[in-house]
Design a protein around this ligand. Structure first.
Ligand code: 6R9
Length: 647
């Protein structure tokens, strides 16, 4: 076995859901006989009215739109819960591992999840929520977060989950954008032994959100909160008064299921909209194929429910498949860097799915934390969120998995709903650092900057040539922005914003974003968002933000800040600005470096030359690295930037 090629192990090939030939045949059919293929695949879901039509999407302006299974009717929560009751009502649907290893884990069978979700749905209904209403969820990683998603789906309300690490300002912006009338939160969250004041953050956010009439509060820690009479209700008090049954609302396949805000290269975060039928099919099919899901498996996706990975691979995919999904409240290195592997042993987990940034951080702590645990239950190791460097891949494979477990590197995006390029264990030979091959129906292409399709082994912009069931349907409230953002750079194709290389065997290697989006610890961050936050500060005249390589986070945030006249560039102000950004957006947007810049490198037409700023942040300051600066309005600003580089 060479260091950069890992063939499918024999025992895996023997027992695979699909072997190599079957995977190739399945993929070919998904393209050549697409409608029949997808109508057949759609049968994995329970439909109230089965669809008779599959893909009716178009990426060209004249008849632009994304539409799948348009005459089908179903309910997502019935697919994730009710249909399993007869066969696995007593099986664990959700196992919850608390932040503290000394606290008791909780286990909910499918029957118990059914009751919890029905009561929750009835609470939402009693508060006036109806099909199509938007409900914002701002919750910690507790079982009630999964119940809340499913309760919304049950009544046909559209959930918008806002990550619990976002600030009140960021939360308010997302509530206002989708006009939510109802917010669900908890008294507090708990991470690494510290309380996160979620309810207090909601109170602060709601000062700017008159549309919100009701706040439902989950009692998670018992911490003190203020309840606004007439507005705030305790979930447990309301749920106890209502029926443990709630009929699922029949939904058209194209009715909205959820909105999830994500960062782009321009403007404020976009509300990515996913709908009911295609999304659920995509989440459930890819969960089965990527993770070789078998009944009885304990499966753990260690993401937060605030990100798309949490939606598709903690809740919808696994529960649609009748799996047991583990939810973890805390962080990977608390109280020690052995915690993840201890949780694996405690619950006898078969599959773990995490991010490269987590692996790099744990790797740095030394192998002894891994060796202190058994990990014998592990069968598969997944990764997502950013390119995995081959060193972390090999560590995951040899140290964590002791060479037994395939690494499933899944490339995808909030916009794609679930995995797009990923290995199928048992069918795909692995290469460290490559997400390998496309999932069924996915047609990746590599194009040059003019949009020419490049064949064979090559490198360029990654686009997807045709629709797949889990594709986003629109940007909430701005359909034109959806078209402009994703379908005009390379007309007729979906632009991913990622660069990629394809090798001679057709394997894809994602090289990272080609736009102004940076990836900090697997979290997407628009440089424009951080810039907008900085210029809101009274001392700041202008700001330009770029990413730079960071050992643990993948990319760090480097901000160039031009102060207003008469402002002193002090360390004090630098600290203030860091804190300012944390308050405006949230801790994930904390700048790693702030450089005061009397001037920014601009073209004569006023465009900031980010290429130069990126080079300086990376420490590449030779004339050769900086390239041609002659088109700058004032080339001398570059010397000042180089001289005052941070870090
Ligand atoms: C699922 C998720 C999407 C961006 C995407 C890309 C990066 C995600 C990756 C990966 C290389 C992988 N990305 N998975 N890059 N290899 N396996 O992360 O969604 O938060 O929308 O981020 O993340 O750059 O464009 P999202």
């Amino acid at each position: 076995m060479s260091d950069d090629f890992f063939p499918v192990p024999e025992d895996w090939a023997k027992n695979a859901l699909m072997d190599k030939a079957a995977r190739a045949a399945d993929y070919a059919r998904s393209i050549d006989d697409a409608d029949a293929y997808w109508l057949e695949r759609a049968q994995r879901l329970d439909w109230i009215t089965p669809p008779t039509r599959a893909n009716e999407s178009s990426f060209v302006e004249a008849d632009f739109g994304v539409k799948w299974f348009a005459d089908g009717v179903l309910n997502v929560s019935a697919n994730c819960i009710d249909r399993h009751l007869a066969t696995r009502g007593d099986q664990a649907a959700i196992i919850w591992e608390p932040d503290s290893p000394d606290a008791e884990p909780r286990r909910y069978s499918y029957a118990q999840v059914h009751e919890q979700v029905c009561r929750f749905a009835n609470v939402l209904k009693a508060a006036g929520a109806r099909k199509g209403d938007r409900i914002t969820l701002y919750l910690p990683m507790i079982p009630e977060a999964a119940f809340a998603l499913l309760a919304c789906a049950r009544i046909g309300a559209v959930h918008s989950v806002v990550f619990g690490g976002f600030s009140p300002e960021a939360l308010a912006g997302r509530i206002i954008d989708c006009d939510s009338t109802l917010v669900v939160t908890a008294d507090e969250g708990r991470r690494a032994g510290k309380a996160v004041p979620l309810k207090a953050n909601v109170d602060a956010a709601l000062k700017d959100c008159p549309s919100v009439k009701t706040v439902i509060v989950v009692q998670a820690t018992g911490g003190a909160v203020t309840m606004a009479p007439g507005r705030d209700l305790w979930l447990h008090e309301e749920a106890a008064k209502l029926s443990p049954d709630c009929p699922p609302e029949p939904m058209n396949a194209e009715d909205p299921l959820f909105i999830l805000y994500t960062s782009g290269s321009t403007g404020k975060p976009k509300g990515v909209l996913h709908t009911t039928g295609g999304y659920l099919l995509w989440a459930s099919l890819t969960h089965e194929l990527c993770f070789d899901y078998r009944p009885g498996d304990i499966y753990w996706c260690a993401a937060d429910i605030g990100w798309v990975t949490g939606h598709s691979y903690i809740v919808y995919g696994p529960l649609a498949n009748g799996a047991t999904t583990l939810m973890y409240e805390g962080v990977p290195n608390y109280p020690t860097p052995a915690r993840i592997w201890e949780v694996v042993d405690r619950h006898q987990v078969q599959t773990i799915f995490t991010a490269p940034t987590v692996l790099r951080a744990l790797m740095k702590e030394g192998d002894e934390f891994v060796h202190a645990t058994s990990r014998k239950s592990l069968r598969l190791l997944g990764t997502v969120g950013e390119p995995i460097n081959p060193e972390a891949w090999r560590w995951y494979h040899s140290v964590v998995g002791e060479g037994r477990c395939p690494i499933i590197d899944t490339w995808w995006q909030t916009e794609t709903g679930a995995a797009m390029i990923a290995p199928t264990p048992g069918a795909t030979d692995l290469k460290p650092g490559s997400a390998t091959l496309p999932m069924p129906g996915v047609v990746p292409q590599i194009v040059d900057s003019e949009g020419q399709v490049l064949d064979g082994a090559t490198e360029g912009n990654l686009v997807i040539a045709q629709s797949w069931p889990g594709q986003m349907r629109t940007v909430w409230g701005d359909h034109d922005r959806f078209f402009q953002t994703y379908f005009t750079t390379f007309p007729g194709k979906y632009t991913t914003g990622d660069g990629a290389r394809r090798d001679a065997e057709g394997y894809y290697w994602i090289t990272g974003r080609v736009d102004d989006v940076i990836n900090v610890s697997g979290h997407r961050m628009g440089t424009a968002e951080v810039e907008s936050a900085l210029v809101l500060h009274e001392s700041v005249a202008e700001a330009a933000v770029v990413g730079f390589p960071h050992d643990i986070k993948g990319q760090g945030i480097y901000a160039y800040v031009t102060l207003n006249a008469h402002e002193e560039p002090t360390d004090e102000l630098r600290k203030t600005l860091v804190k300012w950004v944390r308050t405006e957006i949230g801790p994930i947007a904390t700048p790693d470096a702030i450089q005061f810049a009397p001037g920014l490198p601009k073209t004569r037409s006023g465009k900031i030359m980010r290429r130069i700023l990126r080079k300086i942040a990376e420490g590449e300051v030779s004339a050769q690295a900086l390239g041609d600066t002659s088109t700058l309005a004032d080339p001398s600003v570059v010397d000042n930037l180089v001289a005052n580089r941070q870090g």
